[in-house]
Design a binder for this molecule. Sequence first.
Ligand code: ADP
Ligand code: MG
Length: 327
Amino acid sequence: MLRESFFFLFIISVSLVNAQQTFHKTTLLMGSRFDITVVAENKEEGNAFIDTAIAEITRIEKLISSWDSASQTSEINQYAGIRAVKVDKELFELISRAIAISEITDGAFDISYASMDRIWKFDGSMTTMPSPEEVQKSLGKVGFENIILDTQNQTVFLAEKGMKISFGAIGKGYAADKAKQLLIEKGVTAGIINASGDMNTWGKQANGKEWTVAITNPMNKNNAFAILPLKQGAVVTSGDYEKFVEFNGIRYAHIINPKTGYPATGIISVTVFAPSAELADALATAVFVLGKDVGLDRINQLPNVECIIIDDKGTINKSEHIKINEE
Ligand code: ADP
Ligand code: MG
């Protein structure tokens, strides 16, 4: 009898494994397209997991959005040059990590780049370049050294009036990490959070295979030049082919060099592999600013981080440990 029920249990567990399916939803969050994929046993369970992820991303958006005037981030901006603002631990820690990334990228990644949004617009509304005087004036409000953190009181103070922070280059990655973490806590064995190209995976596909990511050359989008396995990590692509402006034949990406006040040029796409989507997201933006040579050099010094850079000539450059040709 015991043996019989044992056998029965065995059959059940096998059929459960076989019953794992992949469920998927595309939705608009944080002003971007999010594709959420989970492996679950049935549709109800799959949908419930996806809803959990959506609720988590929505929660984060409320905290970090600089568009939403009710967010703590907007409050920090509103009191720039006036007073320190007390924030949630989560936001305080995100800002601390953002400053740490500024430090390892010589300020190429800087959440205080955001006051430049007032003079550079990449939504098609810009018809002339801002004057050098305008650029200089805005530049005076940029600088992560002027983001003053008080750990004891958990406050953030932007030291200059008119200063502004924004999480445009790290927020989607952070949200993807948090949604993944929450789903893992809920027992979801595998999935992908894809925030418009900021991808974070865990576990394996329902068929037991590793998740993979196709890397395309923006100059030839229909043709992936590499398909790479993504084991527990994140991959993020920052490209200038969606948001850019052109003046006098020069293409300016929507990523601003915080040192010069002008948008980065010379690179059309950067893909970064890293343990977290947050780090990958921020570093992809930083490499755009640092340029191909300094960017590669910096990535090669960081453990567990790799990158692929496509420059404006269409040349593919990769960090030391990427093995594309093995595919
Ligand atoms: P995408 O939005 O295409 O995923 P990124 O992750 O590189 O690309 O983020 C670009 C966004 O980051 C810009 O739209 C802007 O909001 C913000 N940003 C621009 N320049 C910088 C910079 N030097 N440091 C930090 N954030 C930046
Ligand atoms: Mg980024």
